[in-house]
Design a protein. Sequence first.
Length: 349
Amino acid sequence: MAIGERVRLARKASGLSQRALAEKAGISAMAVSKYERGMDAPSSGVLVKLSRATGVSLDFFFRPPITKVTIRAFRRHSKLGAKRENAVTAQVQEWLERYLEAASLFREPPAVGVPRFSASAFDGVERAAEKLRATWELGLDPIESLVQVLEDHGVAVALVEGAEKFDACTFQSDGAVVIAVKRGLPGDRQRFSLAHELGHIVVDLRGGLGEEDAAHRFAGALLVPRSTALSELGHARTSLDVWELLLLKRKYGLSMQGWIHRARDLGVISRDVAARMFKEFRRKGWHRSEPGDPYPAEEPARLKLLVARALAEDMISASRSSELLGGSIRELMHADFGGERHGHAVTGG
């Protein structure tokens, strides 16, 4: 991939137009256009300006291409727009290049992979979630870390800077599956978005079900299987208590509103009761911010672990570690250690 293509990718990942990038970098829009079309090559000084303007490292412009990614499924508002889609796609491609380069340092056994199960009705979607839990030996208990489960089974998870109306999307590249989720989402919303995207991968629809409806149902069934939900709620209720919903949210990582949906879908409460509860949530503003402390978000660890291992074995330097991680390794370690001073191998290499 030529430098011009890297400039274009960096610009798209930052969500900038050619003119906006030119203004931010202090160069002309015509120069940016020539760089991207391969008609001219930026000097080292200009590359420094482009690096600062787009937020990528200088190494990014010289990194050899490893893969190109394509969108497989996109959970987003219909008005997100092509510009933001392109930005997210470019961010994922840049992240995936670093991820695959780190993984290439080690020869590891192939990942377990993601099975597919056919479904023509919602009962089939429920069974698909149950079969996946059985295949991955998750049992019926709450999933402590959905991100870890995905990473352990060959699904890469990337945190990206998405638009306001973006939650998550699924990408595929040369057999690799990546679920990109917006950084900064509350944990319960993050987990549901990840489970929803996984539904697009796992469920092979054979009937008239809409893909989004099926993925929603799969997400609820994966986070809280039918038998577990009925054990917690009972088989028939006339109402659900807000405190009860909060406690269940903390236990299973499914939002309070997600629990209302789950109870309605399983026939525990009627559609009228669910509609009345949703109306009350909207009246109190809880549809935007549910009561109680936010459920903590999960953090992908696979890339960090690969880099930490390579660093410990003197396979890469501290500066190379920072390049692969896309940020200062000292700052990342400082954050992970809760601010403690730690002088491990980061000074070596």
